[in-house]
Design a protein around this ligand. Structure first.
Ligand code: DCP
Ligand code: MG
Length: 396
């Protein structure tokens, strides 16, 4: 059966939402992002892009480039709400919807023909329904794979619809710069450029053995396939939310508050590492404490936004610990996370910069330099004022 994948990507998503909610902003350069001194641009309306403003640019630079722009802080809850409405529309066509971020998703339309019309009709319908029913502009691409669907929607931006039929793939791809192929980062692109390979057509002229000698067999074969538009990566509907936790039962009860806090931080680090490994962000942090008399207490809190950040998660866990009364010996400590979303939903790690440094500052103020453990290193109990060694390895 012919494979059909659709890709939808909203145009200047955050900025378009701001324009939707405040129509006086329509047609104006709107820049959404961190407004503090170290803020970064999340996105800019196409009117602002004309001044050279783009995502990930320091806000200070954006202000210089576009002094008469409208600068706004992000409103994640609102973006999330509209994202859900968009996804609900998409799910009317197939359960095979893979959200990539708040404003982007893939749909596998293979074999949906009978129920919903041809993939091309579905693409047209989605392309008109989203602006009509949600009020936001989008771009839609349809092609024989995820690779082609994404390239198609990119080429239709802003506001367009593009269909790439299997027989048009080679002609469509040939003139594209190699960086446009996914999985080709700046480093790979640079190495290709050094060899005089700039476009997909150039890349198609290099045989697989040569590519493999440059990049190794795995990447070499991948590049060879991409150059031919060959991509069979599946559309993966969003995974069920899970939870992760780490807990330890101690051979001897813990009494020292510093030690207990250090343990909570250490477990939070392990959980954060697990989130990173599995590609999730968490909204909820939990702790569990079993006292010497076997009474067990749990506490949980909801974070302002989903994160896998080590410092934020351990800060939250320590905060929860402080909500429990002290004095009794502690047999067991556990730290867990729930409310997991795929890391591709990461709202704005760029802004976290500001909040992160704030959290780091608070941490340092409370526990001293030793409290800061950015990487994924050995456990901290025993450092500084906290005596003792971490007990046996924690179980799952
Ligand atoms: N985003 C962000 N930081 C980035 C990139 C994006 O916070 N470095 C946020 C703001 C965007 C949203 O994610 O509105 C969607 O990202 P896109 O890359 O799809 O960018 P836009 O939708 O803003 O613009 P377009 O897709 O039209 O290029
Ligand atoms: Mg977008």
């Amino acid at each position: 059966m012919e494979r059909w994948v659709l890709h939808v990507d909203m145009d200047a998503f955050y900025a378009s939402v701001e324009q939707l909610d405040n129509p006086s902003l329509k047609g104006r350069p709107v820049i959404v992002g961190g407004l503090g001194p170290r803020g970064v641009v999340a996105t800019a309306s196409y009117q602002a892009r004309a001044y050279g403003v783009h995502s990930a640019m320091p806000m200070a630079r954006a202000r210089r480039l576009c002094p008469h722009g409208v600068f706004l802080p992000p409103r994640f809850a609102r973006y999330q709400e509209l994202s859900s409405r968009i996804q609900a529309i998409l799910r009317e066509y197939t359960p095979l919807v893979e959200p990539i971020s708040l404003d982007e998703a893939f749909l596998d339309l293979t074999g949906t023909q009978r129920a919903r019309g041809s993939p091309e009709q579905v693409a047209r319908e989605i392309h008109t329904r989203i602006p009509r029913e949600v009020g936001l502009p989008c771009s839609v691409g349809l092609g024989p794979s995820k690779l082609l669907a994404k390239l198609a929607s990119d080429s239709a931006k802003p506001g367009g619809l593009r269909v790439i039929k299997p027989e048009d793939v080679i002609a469509f791809m040939s003139p594209l710069p190699v960086e446009r192929l996914w999985g080709i980062g700046p480093k790979t692109a640079q190495r290709l450029t050094q060899q005089g390979i700039r476009t997909v057509q150039d890349l198609r002229g290099v045989d697989v053995a040569l590519l493999s000698s440059w990049f190794g067999p795995k990447v070499g074969t991948h590049l060879w396939r991409l150059a031919r538009g060959l991509d069979d990566s599946p559309v993966i509907p969003v995974r069920e939310a899970k939870s992760f936790s780490q807990e330890v039962t101690y051979p001897e009860d813990l009494y020292d508050q510093e030690v207990i806090r250090a343990e909570v931080r250490r477990l939070a680090h392990m959980v954060a590492g697990r989130l990173k490994e599995e590609g999730f962000l968490a909204r909820v942090v939990r702790i569990k404490v079993r006292w010497e008399d076997f009474v067990t207490n749990t506490r949980q809190l909801r974070l302002p936004e989903a994160t896998d950040n080590v410092v934020l998660l351990s800060e939250a866990a320590v905060e929860l610990l402080s909500r429990l009364e002290t004095g009794r010996g502690v047999r067991l400590v556990g730290v867990g996370v729930a409310g997991l979303v795929p890391a591709s939903f990461r709202p704005l790690h760029l802004f976290l910069d500001e909040r992160l440094s704030e959290a780091a500052w608070r941490l340092r103020a409370r526990f001293g330099e030793a409290a800061l453990m950015w990487g994924w290193g050995p456990s901290p109990p025993g450092k500084g004022s906290a005596p003792g060694r971490p007990p046996q390895a924690p179980g799952g």
